[in-house]
Structures are given as structure tokens and as C-alpha cells.
Design a protein around this ligand. Structure first.
Ligand SMILES: *Cc1c(COP(=O)(O)O)cnc(C)c1O
Length: 378
């Protein structure tokens, strides 16, 4: 490792509960000798998360990808030869497409609006609907997807809809009713998300029958007995991951305050440097993302280069879009100009609940230098 490598500031440095905070929960696992299969800690975590989720049930899953797959299997089931396509926005993390493929679907990528969201109205007359078995709108960087237009879409088209809201936990806390409804909503609790169980996730459902079907889809198709009766995978959350989630909930207020302080540093520094408009952060996106919007692809490239030279790691969270990954290169798709423009201009900068203000100031100074120069030469 070079000296420069050693000093690099990572783009995201999550902080999960300490060993001390986990011990009481781990001792309960020692006592219960239940390690998975909906044990007491998972039950308690689901109860406590239900209090956050308003009218919805939070069905835990082993990760966000399995949460999406469980929701697909519980609503649309496996792909069929007649309905083999899953409509997925290009502008998403590749897991949305992977979850569809796990259930036998072939992703068909469609474009998003200027804010990165797939709109139900834009799909209404799409020719691919005739071959589609499921539609997976995505909450871009956690920004909530309204239920009503998708409930209407599902009613009119007869095609099940599953919302990938993997990064939306912050928005769930703020306004559960604005996020949940008849359409199942998949959440991730990966270490990089704002609320974490290490690996983990869940599906928010307001209908009790659907909650039972999702639980069954994530547990070998078993329900009440050991007969595999429905399309399924194994996507259960273990007691160990639930322990992390419970400790994380105990410290939730503090973690939120820490993340908000980091975001406050960024807002103040960006405003002082005259690039406040370029900053994209909570409450526009989930607390785990602090991003800059460059005016062009070349400005973004210059920004990336300057950050790297200064020892600040950056990331394009959705890359050039899910369709651009080699694994999905052969998939059918529409022209994706909005997806490509967003992918080419957004750049995440280092964030952590305990990043020092001086580091944020240094990052924003580098960014402001590049962005101001770009606007002069543009
Ligand atoms: C994080 C994320 C996922 C995947 O969640 P995992 O828990 O990592 O499997 C899926 N979709 C989106 C939009 C995400 O941000």
C-alpha cells in the first residue's frame, strides 16, 4: 500500500453497533439456542420495525436482493414463457435486475425521468407490457416512489408491481404512509444503507395475506407445515443479523444525528464555496448518499480525477446504469438518455457518521475548484 493509499478517505465508512451493544442480544441467542427460522430476535425486530412502518408489516429477509425476489415470487411468481420480461429502470443498482433474473425473468430496461424515477404513466402503452410478468420501479437513492400511480397501473395492466425501495429506510421513518400501500416495497439493511443489520432487508406489505405469502416465498414455500407449496427461495434473516438490527434500533437516534451532522457540514461547506446547488443529499436522497451533480460528463470526469488525486474516494453508485453491466448487455431495452445522463454526471463523495468537518471542507474545496472552472469554460 502506498502512502497515498493509506491516507485515502473512503467514499462510505459505515458504523454499525459495537461489540458491547451486541452482547446482551448475543447472550439471548446463547440462551434460546435458536439461530434462525424466525426466532425470538427476528420476531422482536419485526415488531419494532412495524412501529416505524405505520400500517405495514415488515417481513425480514436475508438481504435487499432477496427481499425483492421474495416480493416478486409472492405476487408474480416465476417467469413463464409468455410473460418472461421484468420491466426494470436502467437507472438502478444492478441488484434490481439480478433479483428479477433469480425469479426467471429477463430484465427489459426502460428509461427514467430527469429525477431518476420510472413513471407509471410513461409505461402505460409500452409494447413490452404484452410479454411482461412483473414491473420493478426503483426508489432512486431512496427517494420514495408513490404507491397510487402504480396501484392504478397494476389494476389496469394486470401486471404485478414490486417497488425496489432498497435505500428508503430514512423516508420510511419520516413518512411511512407515503411509502407503503398495496404494492410490496423491498428494503435493504445492508451495511452501506442508513439503517443496517450488516446484511439484511425486508418487504413492507399492508395486506396480511400478502405478508404471509412473502414470508412463505422467503422460506422454501413452507407455511404452517413442511410442504413446499409456492414459488420460493431461502431468504430468511438469521438471529445474529437481527441482533445487529435491534442494537442498531437502540442507537438509531444517535446514528441519525451523526449522519445529519455530516450532511450539515456538507451543506455549509458547499454553500460557503458557492456550489450549494450541486449538492445532492438528505432530505432529497437517503442519508447514506452525499453526491455532487456535475454540469456535464466531462466535468464529472474532471471531478473524479481531482478527488482521486487529493486522496478522496468517489463512487458512481448506479454506474452507467444496470443495462451497462456485461451480465445484462444482451437484454432488450429502450433508448435510455435520462439514465445515461444521470449516470454520467452524479458522483458520490466521502461520507461517514464520524467524518471530521475539516475533511468535508477539504473535499468541498477540491470539488468547488473543479466545478467553478467547469462553469467558466462551459
Ligand atoms: C442496496 C440496493 C439493493 C440491494 O440490497 P442488498 O441488501 O445489498 O442485497 C437493491 N436495489 C437498490 C436500489 C439498492 O440500493
Amino acid at each position: 500500500m502506498s502512502g497515498n493509499e493509506a491516507r485515502r478517505v473512503p467514499v462510505l465508512r459505515p458504523k454499525l453497533p459495537s461489540t458491547a451493544a451486541l452482547v446482551p442480544y448475543l447472550q439471548r441467542i446463547d440462551a434460546s439456542r435458536t439461530y434462525t427460522n424466525h426466532g425470538p430476535l427476528v420476531a422482536e425486530l419485526e415488531d419494532r420495525l412495524a412501529a416505524t412502518a405505520g400500517d405495514a408489516t415488515f417481513v425480514t429477509a436475508s438481504n435487499g436482493t432477496m427481499a425483492i425476489a421474495g416480493a416478486i415470487l409472492a405476487t408474480a411468481g416465476w417467469a413463464t414463457p409468455e410473460r418472461v420480461l421484468a420491466i426494470v429502470p436502467g437507472f438502478t443498482f444492478v441488484a434490481s435486475a439480478i433479483a428479477a433474473r433469480l425469479c426467471g425473468y429477463r430484465p427489459y430496461f426502460v428509461d427514467v425521468d430527469a429525477n431518476g424515477a420510472l413513471q407509471a404513466d410513461a409505461l402505460r402503452a409500452h409494447p413490452a407490457l404484452a410479454r411482461a410478468g412483473v414491473v420493478i420501479p426503483v426508489a432512486p437513492f431512496g427517494r420514495p416512489v408513490a404507491q397510487a400511480p402504480w396501484e392504478r397501473f397494476e389494476r389496469e395492466s394486470g401486471i404485478p408491481v414490486v417497488i425496489d425501495a432498497a435505500a428508503s429506510f430514512d423516508f420510511l421513518e419520516r413518512d411511512a404512509a407515503g411509502l407503503t400501500g398495496a404494492i410490496p416495497v423491498a428494503i435493504s439493511t445492508h451495511a452501506t444503507k442508513s439503517f443496517s443489520t450488516g446484511e439484511g432487508g425486508g418487504v413492507l406489505v399492508t395486506d396480511a395475506t400478502l405478508a404471509a405469502r412473502v414470508t412463505q416465498a422467503l422460506n422454501f414455500g413452507f407455511y404452517a407445515n413442511r410442504s413446499s407449496a409456492t414459488p420460493s427461495v431461502n431468504g430468511k434473516l438469521s438471529e445474529y443479523h437481527a441482533a445487529v438490527g435491534l442494537a442498531e434500533l437502540d442507537g438509531r437516534g444517535g446514528k441519525r444525528a451523526d449522519l445529519d451532522r455530516t450532511i450539515g457540514y456538507y451543506r455549509a461547506a458547499a454553500s460557503d464555496e458557492g456550489i450549494g446547488d450541486a449538492l445532492l443529499a438528505w432530505p432529497d436522497v437517503a442519508r447514506c448518499y452525499v453526491m455532487l451533480r456535475a454540469p456535464s460528463g466531462s466535468a464529472r470526469a474532471a471531478l473524479e480525477h481531482a478527488m482521486d488525486a487529493a486522496g478522496f474516494e468517489t463512487r458512481s453508485w448506479y454506474g452507467d446504469g444496470a443495462h451497462a453491466h456485461p451480465e445484462f448487455a444482451g437484454c432488450e431495452r429502450d433508448a435510455l438518455p435520462a439514465t445515461e445522463a444521470l449516470g454520467a454526471t452524479l458522483l458520490a463523495v466521502p461520507s461517514a457518521p464520524d467524518i471530521p468537518e475539516a475533511t468535508v471542507r477539504a473535499i468541498v474545496r477540491v470539488a468547488a475548484h473543479v466545478l467553478r472552472e467547469g462553469s467558466v469554460t462551459a
